[in-house]
Design a protein around this ligand. Structure first.
Ligand code: SF4
Length: 411
């Protein structure tokens, strides 16, 4: 039996081939609502089919197409791919080629593929993306014969569960990519001065193109990676008691659907089901926060920026937002400025994982938004519970990093 490849596998392979390789066994048999045989029978009778499944073999792989709908179009067929994006993306061309090729190769001639979003509808010629698709599938088929690809930091690493393992691999290879915050320009300067691995950073005294202060910081980061331990880069104040805030936003509807607040050990979610409820939900959040004491801890700049946007939208709330915003403290800013960690990314997911935290769900912000949308359309409470668990875990993970910062400082 050939290995099954769905389009999601191709997408993952494009983003990070290593993660694709590590997770390929978990991806199988995922959305077969109806069988391939049922799909073919219904299409032969000329019916439109929702969630059809057909497959074909290419380069020793079993490519499986599961678009949203296939509908008759004269004596041919039209594939519809539903999207939520606001604008057309070039990657849809390859997705159209994937589905168009598979259906056509098993005898259902595809006239066109329609990309259908609430914001636009676009017909594409699926043949346009074929050559790129074939090249990619060929690479993917060859991958099986080689070793696990090396980690290459990408933005997906921030939420990836393999981040500790990938850090280890980069450190073992002494790769400069393991150093958090080392931009390309500085990396090139280091290489130009003969510093091309972590140990050489530690052994070097001083460099011409990098200030002593920056180089000392870099050195501590390299030591932290090589010795797998945290190093305090500079002093910081003790972080007092406070509450922990995390916001989830609906990616395609432009509103914040969940404000999670952890006070001591009690998690309180404020849920907003639609834009009409936004004002009331936000007012409730502000009143709740106003009754708490101490700092309002968050991780990265997202929460303050959402509060600012909401106060622009609802000017009567500006004074209250200004009062609350004065209590915001960004844990990430403190951490990245004052501590070197044995990690190549300091995202909340990575740092909390380093400290042994595990999330109860495998969501990230985008998937949480999809689960929320599924809950809205199905009212299946399990989707909402998963989203709430995810958000609560984010607040608890932020608290864990806060605790760790205080204990590092005090010790
Ligand atoms: S941590 Fe980054 S490089 Fe490693 S598998 Fe995940 S996405 Fe790929």
């Amino acid at each position: 039996m050939y290995e099954q490849i769905w389009f999601e596998d191709i997408e993952q392979f494009l983003i990070c081939s290593r993660r694709y390789y590590m997770e390929q066994k978990e991806h199988k048999e995922k959305h077969a609502v109806i069988s391939e045989q049922e799909t073919r029978e219904m299409m032969k009778l000329g019916f439109s089919v929702e969630r059809p499944v057909v497959s074909t073999e290419l380069f020793g792989l079993n490519l499986v197409s599961g678009p949203h709908v296939v509908v008759p179009d004269g004596d041919k067929w039209k594939i519809i791919l539903k999207k939520s994006a606001k604008t057309f993306k070039n990657k849809y061309l390859m997705e159209a080629a994937f589905h168009g090729y598979i259906f056509s190769s098993v005898g259902f001639i595809i006239s066109q593929v329609v990309i259908d979003s609430p914001y636009f509808t676009k017909q594409v010629d699926w043949r346009d993306g074929l050559s790129r698709l074939f090249g990619l599938i060929e690479n993917l088929a060859e991958l099986k014969m080689h070793d696990l690809p090396d980690p290459k930091p990408v933005s997906q690493c921030k939420t990836c569960p393999h981040v500790l393992e990938c850090t280890d691999v980069l450190v073992k290879k002494q790769d400069l990519l393991a150093v958090h915050g080392l931009n390309e320009k500085t990396r090139i300067k280091l290489i130009e001065e003969g510093v091309n691995n972590l140990s050489t950073i530690v052994q070097s005294e001083k460099l011409n193109q990098i200030s002593t202060e920056s180089f000392e910081k870099l050195k501590k980061k390299a030591i932290s990676l090589l010795q797998k331990r945290e190093i305090v880069l500079s002093d910081y104040q003790e972080l007092g008691d406070g509450v922990f805030l995390d916001i989830e936003s609906h990616t395609n509807k432009d509103f914040d659907y969940l404000f999670g607040i952890l006070v001591e050990d009690k998690y309180t979610p404020f849920l907003c089901e639609n834009e009409e409820q936004e004002y009331k939900t936000f007012t409730d959040v502000l009143s709740f926060l106003d009754q708490t004491n101490g700092a309002i801890y968050h991780y990265c700049a997202y929460e303050p920026s959402r509060f600012s946007s909401l106060s622009e939208k609802w000017p009567d709330l500006k004074p209250m937002v200004a009062k609350i915003r004065k209590r915001f403290v960004d844990i990430y800013q403190i951490l990245s400025k004052h501590v070197a960690l044995p990690l190549f990314t300091y995202s909340l997911k990575s740092v909390a994982r380093l400290y042994g935290f595990s999330w109860r769900t495998d969501l990230d912000g985008l998937r949480a938004s999809r689960y929320f949308q599924l809950w809205l359309s199905t009212h299946d409470g399990s989707y909402l519970k998963t989203v709430l668990d995810y958000n609560e875990d984010d607040t608890r993970a932020t608290k864990l990093v806060w605790e760790r910062l205080n204990s590092l400082r005090n010790n």
